[in-house]
Design a protein around this ligand. Structure first.
Ligand SMILES: Nc1nc2c(c(=O)[nH]1)N[C@H]1C(S)=C(S)[C@@H](COP(=O)(O)OP(=O)(O)OC[C@H]3O[C@@H](n4cnc5c(=O)[nH]c(N)nc54)[C@H](O)[C@@H]3O)O[C@H]1N2
Ligand SMILES: Nc1nc2c(c(=O)[nH]1)N[C@H]1C(S)=C(S)[C@@H](COP(=O)(O)OP(=O)(O)OC[C@H]3O[C@@H](n4cnc5c(=O)[nH]c(N)nc54)[C@H](O)[C@@H]3O)O[C@H]1N2
Ligand SMILES: [Mo]
Length: 632
């Protein structure tokens, strides 16, 4: 059977799965040109996740968050949710209902279908900002779109720069593709990551200074006339003004702030323009107060050297909006910034929260505030998940979900241009997001046919609307969506070095460096190799809970390797063990992101900041967090 890994991950792997004698087995589909028949360690462990004894089997309900859960039949749970929904809308209006969802499962139907119900009800919706929003806005400012290069074109490239991304852990198939095609690999990161250790060059940058590094490189390119004059004349808006702007930049200052030697900046500029490198701009590093400006600055580099769309960030191959059905609304949506969930709960504007495909009580920052807000509120919380997550523990009703091995769906990728088919291979427990949606619609007495379309009908229509055929997909397991002619969807129709869109939002038209500094050590909380945000912690039961700290910072605090330490700031504190490591620079500590609080008693998000970057779509700024550390 054809399966596709639905995790929130670049690769979106095509899988061949089999269910025999009650056991699931998986292997990579060898025919897929990007994922090429091998699975990452997380993918290989999918059967363990699927067969996990911890999977929820029955719906759970309780009256208050202090009560014990009671197992009930589906009908009873659905009836309760429908009654509460009706009552909330009657007493507080439809906008007091918020659906909170994210990419826990990226199936086109499974991701979007529940939104149909909430659109139909005119509920409040999320304005997503947790992940890659700042970069999206930044690339829209410069290029009109965040869609970059088709990674299959790596074949004809010489150099890839991994900027603030750790593909050996987060985009293994992309990394292996670059390797297969013999590209030289460079890394710009604060931490000497596993990717950095496997690359030809590593630029260890101080956090939050990427704007300066990129502008410094641009300055060397411009002053040494390494740029592509013709390309710029035809494609760029505001080049002369940009030239003036970077004239003022002092390379000694750039070097001092970034921690990168002047010679290295020059070497980067010369070699990068000679090889016309492609830059994979990471999602990870832009989650900071300077993230949007940094992406804006970095994205100028490919255009300077005449590399059209010479970056990798996002990919959009098909329009999936039909699955979500916002045409079912009768009034425009109230959009609640995802990162301000706690604030909106505190204000009393939310009375009913329906959560699916997400574990916000592990993944959102400033958990202390969020948890206090919900406990002190009268919000009725419903969570639909495969497991009894930290979020489920803050809910009144918990509905068991099945997994993607148990339903029909398709998935696109935010990295490559393939759509893959996912067939049901087995059935164990729970109901899919669309099944639950239909049950709720029925219980609410809704008759609108869009709420009862089958998964396959939705998929067929989405594909048809994009000129693709489900029958072909069924035969092949995956199909490539070829790229059409591309233009720059900016106000000038060109790549805007001088960004009119940014200027209209009250930003400098050119990327601007603003130092962000805090007290103590800067805490980064990037991805870990065997989890996907909070997922798999409970099923594999292996995580890395260590605080990584530079030897100098450790010795200044009398901390030795494996010592128990307290990590704390104004938002919270936690206890763990220290790992002394030269991979982490002075002034920076690392704790990997978002493990299960239920299993660990803590999670880095009790410390992370819930400040948002307003001018970049209220984007998250997890990495702009400072802490102190002491031995206990
Ligand atoms: N194994 C695994 N894979 C995943 C995930 C996972 O949890 N685990 N999560 C998935 C999701 S949701 C996403 S969004 C992607 C994220 O994929 P990535 O972008 O690769 O992930 P991160 O590890 O968050 O961040 C990348 C790097 O940014 C660096 N960084 C932090 N601050 C700065 C800075 O100021 N400048 C620079 N240059 N670098 C900095 C960090 O040290 C880190 O190595 O991965 C997806 N894939
Ligand atoms: N400190 C720190 N925190 C971070 C980050 C960071 O870098 N640092 N990264 C952030 C990023 S990039 C992201 S994208 C967010 C992600 O944060 P979340 O959106 O919370 O992602 P997950 O932790 O993967 O949780 C997804 C949930 O969906 C459930 N699920 C899986 N499949 C299905 C299904 O088919 N149906 C239903 N109903 N549920 C399903 C899973 O069991 C899991 O509980 O986290 C953010 N949190
Ligand atoms: Mo993400």
């Amino acid at each position: 059977m054809f399966s596709v890994c639905m995790r929130d991950c670049y690769d979106t792997c095509a899988i061949i799965s089999e269910f025999k004698n009650g056991r699931l087995t998986v292997r990579g589909n060898p025919n897929h040109p990007i994922t090429r028949g091998f699975l990452c360690p997380k993918g290989a462990m999918l059967p363990k996740w699927f067969h996990s004894k911890e999977r929820l089997k029955s719906p759970l309900i309780r009256e208050t968050l202090e009560d014990e859960f009671e197992e009930v039949e589906w009908e009873e749970a659905i009836k309760l949710v429908a009654e509460k929904l009706r009552e909330t809308i009657k007493n507080h209006g439809s906008e007091s209902v918020l659906v909170y969802n994210y990419a826990g499962d990226r199936g086109v139907v499974n991701y979007a279908f529940p939104l149909r119900l909430f659109h139909y009800l005119n509920a409040a919706m999320l304005d997503y900002g947790i992940c890659e929003r700042a970069g999206q806005e930044a690339l829209k400012d410069v290029y009109g779109s965040a869609v970059g290069m088709d990674p299959e074109k790596l074949k004809s490239q010489k150099l890839i720069v991994y900027w603030g991304v750790n593909p050996f852990w987060t985009n293994l198939h992309g990394f292996m593709l670059a390797k297969k095609y013999g590209l030289e690999k460079w890394v710009v990161d604060v931490v000497r990551t596993e990717t950095a250790k496997r690359s030809e060059k590593f630029f260890q940058i101080r956090p939050n200074t990427d704007v300066l590094f990129a502008l410094g490189i641009a300055k060397v390119i411009v002053e040494n006339k390494l740029y592509d004059k013709e390309f710029i004349r035809e494609n760029v808006y505001g080049f002369e003004e940009f030239k003036e702007y970077i004239k003022k930049l002092d390379l000694d200052f750039v070097s001092k702030e970034t921690g990168i030697e002047k010679e290295e900046i020059e070497e980067f500029a010369f070699k990068y323009s000679e090889k016309k490198g492609v830059i994979h701009i990471g999602y990870g590093f832009q989650r900071s107060l300077n993230g949007g400006e940094a992406v804006r600055a970095i994205s100028i580099l490919p255009a300077l050297v005449g590399h059209k769309f010479g970056f990798i960030y996002d990919m959009k191959t098909i329009d999936k909006s039909y699955a979500e059905g916002d045409f079912l609304r009768t009034k425009p949506a109230k959009r609640i910034p995802q990162m301000k969930l706690a604030e909106y709960i505190e204000s009393g504007e939310i009375k009913f929260l329906y959560i699916y495909n997400s574990n916000p009580f592990a993944s959102l920052p400033n958990q202390g505030r969020l948890r206090k807000a919900i406990k002190e509120s009268d919000v009725f919380v419903v969570t639909h998940d495969i497991f009894l997550t930290d979020t489920a523990l803050y809910s009144h009703v918990v509905l068991p979900s099945n997994t993607f091995f148990e339903r029909f769906d398709i998935a696109d990728s935010y990295y490559h241009r393939y759509i893959a088919l996912n067939e049901p291979v087995a059935k164990l427990y729970g109901k899919s997001n669309s099944e639950v949606t239909r049950m709720l619609a029925r219980a609410l007495g809704i008759t609108n046919p869009y709420l009862y379309e089958s998964d396959e009908e939705v998929i067929r229509k989405v594909l048809e609307m994009n000129g693709l055929s489900l029958d072909e997909l069924k035969r092949k397991g995956f199909i490539k969506v070829e790229e059409g002619e591309r233009r720059y969807e900016t106000p000038s129709g060109k790549i805007e070095f001088y960004s009119q869109r940014a200027f209209e939002r009250g930003l400098s038209p050119f990327p601007e460096y603003k130092p962000v500094k805090g007290k103590g050590l800067q805490l980064l909380s990037p991805t870990w190799k065997l989890t996907i945000t909070s997922q798999y912690h409970n099923t594999y039961n292996i995580i890395d809970p260590y605080l990584y700290i530079n030897p100098k910072d450790a010795s200044a605090r009398g901390i030795k390797d494996n010592d128990e330490v307290e990590v704390f700031n104004e938002r919270g504190k936690l206890r763990t063990r220290a790992r002394i490591s030269e991979d982490v620079p002075e002034g920076v500590v690392v704790l990997y992101k978002a493990f299960w609080v239920k299993l660990l008693e803590w999670n880095v998000n009790f410390l992370t900041t819930d400040k948002v970057v307003e001018k970049y779509g209220n984007a998250s700024a997890f990495h702009s967090t400072w802490v102190e550390v002491k031995r206990v």
